[in-house]
Design a protein around this ligand. Structure first.
Ligand SMILES: O=P(O)(O)OC[C@H]1O[C@H](O[C@H]2O[C@H](CO)[C@@H](O)[C@H](O)[C@H]2O)[C@H](O)[C@@H](O)[C@@H]1O
Length: 398
């Protein structure tokens, strides 16, 4: 396939990506087709009236249902899942779900057997994975124990944080310079960029928090003014809705409704819906009690994992085992990439049964920490012996 990198625009021209499990850097850069009006940064978008006139749109398009079902309290979800059963059966429901998605802790021996003689790469989501979900996104902090577990993992394995938050914000929260960071759902990557990418218009030179020169890969760069405009409009239109919070992640924006009275959710949804009508190149995705507005480009957490693996020289699936741990719907893209071709292990963090593309599960951030510690212990125990690889070890594929 003859690909042309379009230096004037971060959205590259060319046919859609091939359905390959191993993608080259060039094919990774292919966009999905861009339909809709093109954006001019000077365009004035009218701020909708304070009260949306009708709420039919968000009711009929399923937004409200998605909002209600996103991140419900554990008690409610287990009740729904085990409807008609006694409350003790909730544990049975979780246990039977775990037959399909076994605990990564209980399966550690199987995972480590499979990892023998392979290079491990660790990808970690932030919210709900390294830090517990809390009402105020500003207060989502990692414990000191989690912080040192992540630092120890990064001593032995290339480790990346892949978050929906802005890269600066998640860097500030994690605070470990030795990690790689992919913020804004992978649309802002700071890492060891492949030489093919350096020089491309989506790749910029910058400095990190330690003033060290770094290369950034930002496949949605052209959307920055648009996202900023949408962020300001959303902040203005929701400012009187108690508990609503809008975040600007530079390449995407979030509207939180976790602390908003449920009777006001339709209003929030309709506002977002009305604003998005003016931006055909932006789309909505649902996170945990958050509406996320992002560019319509063929890029997500899964693509950023592939990109980082390739940039790190770890795209040979025969001797590399990527492990991705995440709790959110947006992490499913990464689980899917690893599941395809049995490339690696996705681990879903969830204390309730959920449909997922992951292979394993962990209940909550404290189990994530135990798992990270197990990886470190395993590596330290094998540090001397792993040079002499056992011959003929047969382990099942993920
Ligand atoms: O990809 P992630 O690192 O998981 O980021 C996804 C979103 O996480 C944050 O929101 C979520 O966590 C908050 C703090 O616990 C919680 O209050 C909120 O309800 C959750 O949706 C973050 O604030 C968002 O911007 C991220 O997109």
């Amino acid at each position: 396939m003859d690909m042309k990198l379009n230096q004037s625009s971060p959205v590259l021209t060319g046919p859609p990506p091939l359905n390959n499990s191993r993608m080259g850097i060039h094919s990774i850069l292919l966009p999905c087709s861009q339909s809709g009006a093109s954006f001019s940064s000077g365009k004035k978008i009218p701020i909708p009236r304070k009260k949306p006139s009708k709420l039919d749109d968000v009711q009929s398009n399923g937004w409200l249902d998605a909002m209600k079902s996103s991140s419900p309290p554990r008690k409610k979800l287990l009740k729904d899942f085990t409807i008609g059963f006694a409350s003790d059966d909730t544990d049975i429901a979780y246990s039977s779900w775990m037959v399909k998605y076994p605990s990564a802790l209980n399966s550690f021996e199987q995972i480590s057997n499979f990892a023998k003689n392979k290079k491990l790469a660790v990808f970690l989501d932030y919210d709900g994975t390294l830090s517990p979900i809390v009402d105020d996104p500003e207060h989502a902090l990692m414990s000191d124990e989690m912080h040192s577990s992540v630092r120890n993992v990064a001593k032995y394995f290339p480790t990346a944080i892949v978050s929906g938050r802005s890269r600066d914000k998640v860097y500030e929260l994690v605070g470990l310079a030795e990690l790689y960071y992919a913020g804004s759902h992978g649309m802002d990557i700071m890492g060891p960029l492949h030489e093919v990418i350096v020089g491309h218009s989506n790749c910029i030179n910058s400095t990190d928090q330690q003033n060290k020169e770094v290369n950034l890969f930002q496949p949605a760069r052209e959307f920055v003014p648009m996202i900023d405009e949408v962020f300001r409009t959303l902040a203005e239109i929701t400012k009187d809705i108690k508990g609503a919070k809008v975040e600007n992640h530079k390449f995407c924006a979030s509207v939180h409704y976790r602390s908003v009275d449920e009777k006001n959710w339709p209003t929030i949804a309709q506002h977002v819906h009305d604003i998005l009508k003016n931006y055909p190149r932006l789309q909505l995705t649902h996170g945990r009690k958050v509406l996320e507005i992002r560019p319509v480009i063929d890029w997500n957490k899964g693509k950023s994992v592939e990109f980082l693996l390739e940039s790190l020289g770890l795209n040979n699936s025969d001797d590399v085992l990527p492990i991705y741990i995440g709790d959110d719907r947006t992490d499913e893209d990464a689980f899917r990439v690893l599941r395809k071709g049995a490339r690696g292990y996705g681990i879903l963090v969830s204390s309730i049964p959920k449909e997922t593309e992951a292979f394993y599960s962990l209940r909550d951030p404290s189990e994530v920490m135990q798992f990270l510690r197990s990886l470190v212990r395993w590596k330290e125990q094998n540090i001397n012996s792993e040079e002499v690889a056992p011959i003929g070890v047969t382990v099942s594929q993920p």
